[in-house]
Design a protein around this ligand. Structure first.
Ligand code: PMP
Length: 401
């Protein structure tokens, strides 16, 4: 008998559907605006020069082996990425109260975080921004906490609903976890300003909530680590204890190496040792330990001043390309006199633009113009290049009718 016959096929998720339909489409003008991975001006995956150089050095290193890492991962990697995240002289680092454990990409890190919540925080609720990255629902379904939402996107402003956000924070039960996107919010591309963060963190402190920063885009959003980690560092200055999940898929282009980390800002060193142990025992039971190769690449780059500088400069040009595409699309829409206000295309940040197009308008973008995007109006900025941006603007213009 069929032992698995009770299984029900799950519907494809919208991103996979876009990828499949794009591959099937034969129109030479087709444009991929759905994918979540960075693409360069040639619309190809981008390999950072510093990554290529680090790989060369690793191959030539006669002492390198394929030994597996301990459950907490690569020690030097953990130390270097903590410094990258918080700055070398951050009090939490100087006071030795940051637990850091290497994980399998940003997703793996969040999954370890979900398990940590279930086992050690036992929070009743976790609050997501509305909307958020859809996989948060799958991952935090394992956290034992009930998933709730706070207001985030204001569809009229095509920007942040700060008042709704603050109102919801004020009503959250003490001890709740608040999932925050550290920067380059996915899918909206809308981030709080530094003044907004101040007000948000005020309420988090007053209500004794626990932030959990999902931070897959630091450095990648603005090209400036200090700016992209502002909210995290302010939370440390305000004395909060919290969790952070990092991914090095985007900012090092190491998507397939599944390299990420989880960090807990603890009250003191003694607590940090316990948290580090607890996180390590979760990774041990879930996947043994993270991948050595990706961790070595990141560590090789971060500890060598020349490679580090090279990588940081390239990161700036990557983020500038995205900002430039936003500007070009905006200029084209204005030139074509597309009805409406398109400023949000320029003010949103990171990989995605929440265009505000309705599902019907997106349908027109896809069916008539072969511009593949999500039906919720999310467009991946790096699907644009200097050659197709005019065409995409025309498609926009037409879809508004
Ligand atoms: N969080 C958000 C908001 C993301 O957009 C992504 C990647 N799309 C992740 C986490 C996961 O990162 P990774 O690809 O490293 O698993």
């Amino acid at each position: 008998c069929n032992k698995f016959s009770h299984l029900v096929a799950e519907p494809l998720d919208p991103i996979n559907l876009v990828i499949i339909n794009f591959a099937k489409n034969t129109d030479p003008k087709k444009v991929m605006l759905g994918v979540g991975a960075y693409r360069n001006e040639e619309l190809q995956p981008h390999i950072f020069n510093a990554v290529k150089e680090a790989e060369k050095r690793l191959i030539e290193d006669e002492n390198a082996t394929y030994e597996e890492l301990p459950p907490e991962g690569h020690a030097e990697f953990n130390e270097l990425v903590t410094e990258l995240l918080l700055g070398k002289n951050n009090p939490a680092i100087l006071e030795n109260r940051v637990a850091s454990v290497q994980c399998l990409g940003g997703t793996g890190s969040l999954r370890v975080g979900a398990e940590f919540i279930k086992e050690n925080i036992k929070s009743e609720f976790i609050y997501f921004p509305d909307p958020t990255w859809p996989n948060h629902y799958n991952v935090f379904g394992f956290s034992g906490a009930e998933i709730k939402h706070y207001h985030y996107w204001n569809s009229e402003l095509k920007g942040l609903d700060l008042e709704g956000f603050l109102r919801d924070l004020n009503e959250m039960p003490t001890g709740s976890i608040v999932l925050l996107h550290a920067c380059a919010h996915n899918p909206t591309g809308v981030d709080p300003t530094q003044e907004d963060w101040e007000r948000i963190i005020d309420v988090i402190c007053q209500r004794d909530l626990m932030p959990y920063f999902d931070a897959p885009y630091i450095g990648f959003a603005s090209g400036d680590f200090d700016r992209d980690t502002y909210a995290i560092k302010r939370c440390i200055e305000r004395g909060l204890q919290f969790l952070i999940s990092l991914s090095f898929g985007k900012n090092f282009g190491l998507y397939g190496d599944r390299i990420g980390s989880i960090h807990a800002i603890c009250q003191d060193q003694e607590t940090k040792e316990k948290v580090q142990c607890a996180l390590g025992s979760i990774t041990k039971s879930m996947f043994g330990s993270g991948s050595a190769h990706g961790a070595r690449i990141v560590a090789t780059i971060l500890k060598d001043p020349e490679l580090r500088e090279n990588w940081l400069n390239e990161l700036i040009s990557v983020s500038q390309r995205m900002q430039n595409m936003r500007k070009l699309l905006y200029d084209e829409l204005v030139r074509l006199e597309a009805p409406g206000n398109w400023l949000h295309i320029k003010t949103q940040i990171g990989m995605f633009c929440y265009t505000g197009l309705t599902p019907q308008q997106c349908e027109n973008m896809i069916e008539k113009w072969h511009c593949f995007m999500l039906k919720n109006g999310r467009m991946a900025i790096c699907g644009l290049n200097t050659k197709n941006v005019g065409y995409v603007a025309q498609a926009f213009r037409d879809s508004l009718n």
